[in-house]
Design a protein around this ligand. Structure first.
Ligand code: GLN
Length: 532
C-alpha cells in the first residue's frame, strides 16, 4: 500500500511526432490504475504561451473542454474525464502562460527578494510546485506533458519533471514515453530508429524512461520490440504496443493486457489489487459491435475538417447509442450552406439534428434554418448552448417575428431574443470572461426536460456570453416553446423545448461535457432514443 500522504507520480511524455495518442495513453493508464481501487488525479501541462485554452481556435486546436469549476482547458481533459470517470478542476490544466504569469507577478511583487529570476530554477520550481499541489490527497498523480520532447517551448516542463524525483523520491516516479513505430509498406518493415532517437533525446534531457508505449498502424513483430528494448534500455516487458484500435476505449485493455499496469504498480510499490475491468470491456464490446443497427445524426457545424472540434459532442452521441446497442453515423452538415429553402434537401436524410456550441456569426443563419426545419417537420433536435439560442430565434421567426435574432449575429436587431448578459458587455473579445463552469438549474414538472432527467435540480457546465432575453419570455407559449429549465431564481433560461414535438430539447449549458462512455448523459440518451 502506498505510504499515506506520499502520492506516486506517472509522467507521460511523447516522442517522434505529436498526435499519436499521448492523451489517450495517459487517460488509459489512469483508467487501469483507478480500476485497481486507487485514487488517481491527472494533470495536463501544455507548453504554449496561452493562459488558458479559451482563446484558442477550436478548428485548429480542437474543442475547449470546460471543468466544473469553469476552467477552459485542452480537450485531453475530456479524455481524462471520460476514461477515468472523474471531475477535474482548474488545477489539472497547467499552461506556460499561466506559469509565466505567476512567476512574473511574483517578481513584480518582490517575492524573489532581489534574486535573478530564471527559467531554472524559478519557472521549473513553479511547475513542480503546481504538480505536487495537484497530487495532494491522491494515491497516484498522472502528469502528461503536451507536445513532443525536444520542442523548444516544452523544455521547462521536461526539466521540471526531471527535477521532481529529487523532491518526491525517484522510487515514487514512473516515466512513460509514447513513441511511434512507422511501417514501411515498400519493404514491409517496422522501423524503430525514430523511436530509438526519441528515447535518446529524452535521456539527453536527463530522463530515463521506465515504460514505452509504442504506437503503430499495425502490430509490429517481436523482433521490432526486442530491438527497441535493446537500443532504449527499457525491458521488453515494460514496452507495450498500441496498434491502431477500432475504438479508443480499447486502449486501457490493451495496456493492461500488455502488462503495463503490473509494471507501474510494482515500480511504485502500490497495492497489487486486480483491476476490475469487466464493465469497461463490456463497453468496448458495445462500442466495437459492427453488427449493431445504425442511426444517422446530422451535426450542423461551422468547422468541418477537424474531428476534435466537437469531440465531446461526438463521444456523448456515441455513448448514448451504445447504451441502446446502436451505432451512430454522424454526418457533418455545413451550417454556412443551409437556408430555409434548401433545409429539406440538406437535412432530410438524417434521423435527428444536433446544433452544437459555437462562437461568432459565421454559419449562424444556417443553424437557425436547421432549427426552423426541425420545429416545422417535427424532426428530433438537440441544441447545445448556441443550439438553444438558435432554436429560440427559430421558434420566434417561425411564429412570425421575422427579424428575431441573437445580438451575436446582428448587434442592432430590433428583436434581440438572445442578448448579452449585463456583466458581459464590452468584454466580447477577452479571455476568461464568460459564464463558465457549473451552475444550478431547476427543471419544471411535466416537461420533456423533466422526463429526460427525472430530477428537479441539476448542475451543468456553461461557457457562453449570451442569454435568452427575458423581455420575450411571455411570448414563448405563442412561439410553441417552453422554458423548461431555469436558474433557481428564475432569471435565466437554462433549457427550452418545443411543446408539440416528439423531441426538441436544448440547453444553455453543455451536457456533452458530463457524459461518460459507460454513463451517457440523459439528454443524449433521450435524443438518441427518440431517433430509435
Ligand atoms: N456564442 C454563444 C454565447 O457566447 C454560444 C456559446 C456556446 O455555444 N458555447 O453565448
Amino acid at each position: 500500500m502506498s505510504k499515506r500522504n506520499q502520492p506516486k507520480y506517472v509522467f507521460v511524455t511523447g516522442g517522434v511526432l505529436s498526435g499519436i495518442g499521448k492523451g489517450i495513453t495517459a487517460a488509459s493508464i489512469g483508467n487501469i490504475l483507478k480500476s485497481r481501487g486507487l485514487s488517481v488525479n491527472i494533470q495536463k501541462c501544455d507548453p504554449y504561451l496561452n493562459v488558458d485554452a479559451g482563446t484558442l481556435n477550436p478548428g485548429e486546436h480542437g474543442e475547449c473542454f470546460v471543468t466544473v469549476d469553469g476552467a477552459e482547458t485542452d480537450l485531453d481533459l475530456g479524455h481524462y474525464e471520460r476514461f477515468m470517470d472523474i471531475e477535474l478542476k482548474q488545477s489539472s490544466s497547467l499552461m506556460s502562460g499561466q506559469v509565466l504569469q505567476k512567476v512574473i507577478s511574483d517578481e513584480r511583487a518582490g517575492k524573489y527578494l532581489g534574486k535573478t529570476v530564471q527559467i531554472i530554477p524559478h519557472v521549473t520550481t513553479s511547475i513542480g510546485d503546481s504538480i505536487i499541489e495537484t497530487a495532494k490527497g491522491f494515491d497516484v498523480h498522472i502528469v502528461e506533458i503536451g507536445g513532443t520532447v525536444g520542442d523548444y517551448e516544452g523544455l521547462s516542463f521536461i526539466e521540471a519533471i526531471r527535477e521532481l524525483p529529487m523532491r518526491v523520491g525517484r522510487e515514487n516516479c514512473v516515466f512513460v514515453h509514447v513513441v511511434y513505430l512507422p511501417y514501411l509498406s515498400a519493404s514491409g518493415e517496422f522501423k524503430t530508429k525514430p523511436a530509438q532517437n526519441a528515447v535518446r533525446e529524452l535521456r539527453g534531457l536527463g530522463i530515463v524512461p521506465d515504460v514505452l508505449a509504442a504506437r503503430s498502424e499495425y502490430e509490429a513483430p517481436d523482433e521490432a520490440i526486442e530491438k527497441l528494448s535493446l537500443f532504449s534500455g527499457v525491458p521488453e516487458e515494460a514496452i507495450v504496443q498500441l496498434p491502431n484500435a477500432k475504438s479508443i476505449y480499447q486502449v486501457p485493455l490493451t495496456i493492461e493486457d500488455g502488462g503495463i499496469g503490473k509494471v507501474i504498480v510494482s515500480k511504485l510499490s502500490l497495492s497489487k489489487h486486480k483491476p476490475a475491468l469487466k464493465k469497461w470491456s463490456n463497453l468496448v464490446s458495445r462500442a466495437t459491435d459492427e453488427t449493431a443497427p445504425i442511426i444517422k445524426i446530422g451535426v450542423v457545424a461551422k468547422y468541418l475538417n477537424n474531428q476534435d472540434t466537437y469531440m465531446s459532442v461526438f463521444e456523448a452521441l456515441k455513448a448514448a447509442a451504445w447504451d441502446r446497442n446502436y451505432q451512430v453515423d454522424i454526418d457533418w452538415i455545413d451550417a454556412e450552406k443551409i437556408t430555409t429553402s434548401n433545409a429539406v434537401k440538406l437535412l432530410s436524410h438524417v434521423d435527428g439534428i444536433v446544433v452544437p456550441g459555437g462562437f461568432g456569426n459565421r454559419g449562424l443563419e444556417g443553424k437557425v434554418a436547421a432549427a426552423q426545419y426541425a420545429l416545422k417537420e417535427k424532426i428530433p433536435y438537440l441544441g447545445l448552448c448556441l443550439g438553444l439560442q438558435m432554436a429560440v430565434v427559430a421558434a420566434a421567426r417561425n411564429a412570425g417575428l421575422e427579424d428575431a435574432n441573437s445580438v451575436e449575429l446582428d448587434p442592432n436587431t430590433k428583436n434581440p431574443v438572445i442578448n448579452t448578459m449585463n456583466d458581459q458587455r464590452g468584454k466580447e473579445a477577452t479571455g476568461g470572461t464568460m459564464r463558465l463552469g457549473n451552475y444550478p438549474c431547476k427543471i419544471q414538472k411535466h416537461t420533456l426536460a423533466d422526463k429526460t432527467y427525472k430530477k428537479s435540480k441539476i448542475q451543468e457546465r456553461h461557457r457562453h456570453r449570451y442569454e435568452c432575453n427575458n423581455d420575450y419570455r411571455d411570448d414563448y407559449p405563442k412561439w410553441g416553446i417552453d422554458a423548461s429549465g431555469v436558474s433557481p431564481d428564475g432569471t435565466l433560461v437554462e433549457m427550452i423545448e418545443a411543446v408539440d414535438h416528439p423531441f426538441f430539447l436544448a440547453s444553455q449549458f453543455h451536457p456533452e461535457l458530463a457524459s461518460r462512455p459507460n454513463k451517457p448523459h440523459p439528454m443524449f440518451v433521450g435524443f438518441v432514443s427518440a431517433l430509435i
